[in-house]
Design a binder for this molecule. Structure first.
Ligand SMILES: [Zn+2]
Length: 111
């Protein structure tokens, strides 16, 4: 039996808007995580960096809630390696740009 080869572009995950790991940046923008359930696709994932006391920069994989704009860190362990590999160079800005582009073609997907 062959297991279907994992394709990063087909990755999806149901997550909750909790603001985890982004309390500071959410507060600056005056946003409270709304708790919405979001069906995440690979196009929603970007990376954020936190400076720690040693000046190292741990990378977090993060998404921005389409309802309230809060950012929530994803659990690294639940992200497939393939997804991380594709999204590791993405920033919040580049995702916003992609979204604007996609919204023009995907209006029929609105709930
Ligand atoms: Zn939200």
């Amino acid at each position: 039996m062959f297991k279907k080869k994992f394709s990063a572009s087909e990755w999806q995950k149901d997550v909750e808007c909790t603001g985890k790991g982004n309390k500071t940046s959410n507060a600056i923008r005056d946003r409270k995580p709304c708790g919405a359930k979001i069906n995440l696709t690979i196009n929603d994932v970007f990376t954020t960096h936190n400076l720690d006391y040693a000046g190292k920069k741990p990378i977090h994989f993060t998404f921005k809630c389409p309802n309230c704009g809060s950012k929530t860190d994803l659990n690294d362990k639940e992200l497939p390696r393939e997804v991380k590999k594709v999204r590791i160079f993405k920033t919040e800005e580049s995702v916003d740009k992609e979204k604007t582009k996609h919204t023009l073609d995907e209006n029929e997907n609105d709930m």
